[in-house]
Write a protein that binds this ligand. Sequence first.
Ligand SMILES: Cc1cc2nc3c(=O)[nH]c(=O)nc-3n(C[C@H](O)[C@H](O)[C@H](O)COP(=O)(O)O)c2cc1C
Length: 180
Amino acid sequence: MGNLMEIIKGRRSIRNFLDKEVPDAILNQVLEAVQWSPSWANTQCWEVVVVRKPELKQKLQETMSKGNPATKSIVEAPVILGICGKLESSGYYKGQVTTKFGDWFLFDLGLATQSLCLAAHDLGLGTVITGLFDHDKAREILQVHAGFELVSLIPLGFPAKGSGAPKRREISEFTHYDSF
Ligand SMILES: Cc1cc2nc3c(=O)[nH]c(=O)nc-3n(C[C@H](O)[C@H](O)[C@H](O)COP(=O)(O)O)c2cc1C
């Protein structure tokens, strides 16, 4: 296990992958990172579809929005993870929303996704979160059940080449003390 700050800062979105399979034991460790993510009242609303079949990856690639820089990686990566969430569970109590933000499934999936991407990076794998695609078409391809939504597709594999880190805002630009 590497140094946490190094893992956080060293993770990059990877859009080019080697033609090399991800062993099941390694994939399982990545899924373990999802398993141990925090969630609203421990709701664990996530569901993950592991896609390895080339014909399915091809169909998923066709759902990518025009100009999405990750389009090629949907067929190039050996594994695509379809991150899905159960609706009306996270942020709900006895079927009623509990906060003004309603359904917190996107928040919980975001946390699980970050765990997944950091664990993958620590294991020497690359990921890129993709959110810019036709969600309804992709949802149909993966036969996601009613009451669940497919939120992102994450290519996973051994990185072929990395890219530089996009610039970050300074801490002083987003941190406020005592009032906004
Ligand atoms: C919710 C979300 C959706 C994203 N969707 C896409 C996408 O559709 N295509 C893509 O190439 N990158 C996508 N990204 C990756 C971001 O562009 C990337 O994280 C950002 O530029 C910072 O670069 P880094 O991940 O290398 O630090 C997405 C990231 C997030 C968090």
